[in-house]
Design a binder for this molecule. Structure first.
Ligand code: XIL
Length: 383
């Protein structure tokens, strides 16, 4: 394997970021329950410096939680272009190398997120304003190829599943998003197809995933239809895509007292979507699970109950599909959840969408996850 940062390897190997003192997770653990049905349970995690109060391997309490509950880890931000590609001709792997090294030394599998986030909002500034010259299609394809080849070569077998493309469908229209690369390459489809073909050639061992947030709540019809059209197109064009990553940032938005009743109403439409995806031969992953609790009462008892009931119903559906592989949470503790800042509740109360609370105590959502993983259909092994 090429040059992973030696200091990072050394630090991880010496156990400088050793486990801390968080209270023991109840038994069985989430990863054990998932493994009993042939799956991996995991979480997003972050880079951090030693002892940081953040969702990082360098925070002993958080690291202990990851070790107990998770078999697979995903970098929350550190593999994105904004993090590793500061310029067209430069890469910076220092932070992500440290995460990969720690995960590897501690026996975790690693998913790569993401080789290409097809949404201008999340492009690094230089890419949006890049001059692609006289032959823009060739120049744009080269930038993408270089990115995918460089990342996959660096991490080799250590990363066994990639979100090759993230969020290419506009949820409002169901159309593919336009970006600087799609303008240069004469459309979005050529960009996405190129990304998957390049990834297959560069990392033939890896599962290749299209990842998006079309979800089961109302008002996602256009998004779901757009994703189905995209997945059909991949099949027609022979593009090597193995799996749909269902992000699963599920949410209760309108005032809700009965999360179970809402879930039952949403189930038929959601199954119809999943059935269509599976019928095309795609596998499924839950890649970024958490629960947005805006519509639930602020009181912690009913709020945590509503979150757990909603997630249990959702996961029971997802886990009834033998085509479902990994189940991955977008962080393990409310303390570090992106939902706190990204989508604050109108009343300002901190979001409670993760399995563990601020003090790393398990919540009803953890029990819901455990119950769903335990009662799941066994995973059908990919050929
Ligand atoms: C989010 C991170 O959690 C935040 O820290 C960051 O500011 C923005 O991105 N869909 C994805 C993830 O695919 O990469 C996003 O992660 C959440 C939505």
């Amino acid at each position: 394997m090429p040059t992973i940062d030696r200091r990072a390897l050394l630090a991880a190997g010496l156990g400088l970021f050793a486990a801390g003192t968080a209270t023991a997770a109840p038994s069985p653990t989430l990863k054990q329950a998932a493994a009993s049905k042939g799956r991996r349970f995991g979480s997003a995690f972050a880079f951090g410096t030693r002892g940081a109060d953040a969702g990082t391997f360098a925070n002993p309490d958080y690291a202990a939680l990851l070790r107990r509950e998770c078999a697979v880890l995903v970098p929350e931000n550190e593999m994105k272009w904004q993090a590793i590609r500061p310029a067209a001709d430069r890469f910076d792997f220092a932070r992500f190398d440290a995460m990969v090294a720690w995960a590897h030394v501690n026996g975790f599998a690693i998913r790569g997120h993401t080789l290409f986030w097809a949404y201008s909002r999340w492009f690094p500034e230089w890419l949006t304003t890049h001059d692609f010259g006289h032959r823009p299609a060739i120049a744009a394809a080269a930038i993408l190829t270089d990115h995918i080849d460089t990342v996959t070569a660096r991490y080799g077998q250590r990363i066994d599943s990639y979100d090759v493309v993230n969020e290419a469908v506009d949820p409002d229209t169901g159309q593919l998003r336009q970006t600087a690369l799609s303008h240069a390459m004469g459309g979005t489809e050529p960009v996405l197809d190129h990304a998957f073909r390049t990834a297959r050639a560069a990392a033939p061992h890896a599962e290749l995933v299209y990842n998006d947030y079309m979800s089961w709540e109302d008002r996602n019809q256009h998004h779901r239809a757009g994703v189905l059209t995209l997945l059909e197109g991949f099949r027609k064009r022979g593009v090597p895509v193995d799996t749909l990553g269902v992000q699963s940032h599920i949410g209760l938005f309108a005032p809700t007292t009965d999360a179970g009743a809402l879930a039952r109403r949403l189930e038929p439409g959601w199954r119809e979507f999943l059935d269509a995806v599976v019928a095309m031969g795609y596998r499924l992953l839950v890649t970024e699970l958490d629960v947005r609790d805006k519509g639930l009462p602020v009181a912690i008892g009913p709020r945590d109950r509503g979150v757990a009931d909603f997630a249990r119903a959702y996961l029971d559906i997802m886990l009834s599909y033998p085509a479902l592989g990994d189940v991955i949470a977008w962080g393990m503790s409310d303390r570090y959840s992106w939902l706190r800042t990204f989508e604050p509740r109108p009343d300002g109360a901190p979001a409670r969408g993760c399995a563990y609370d601020n003090a790393f105590r398990p919540k009803p959502l953890r029990s819901a996850m455990l119950g769903a993983l335990t009662n799941a259909a066994s995973r059908r092994r990919p050929r």
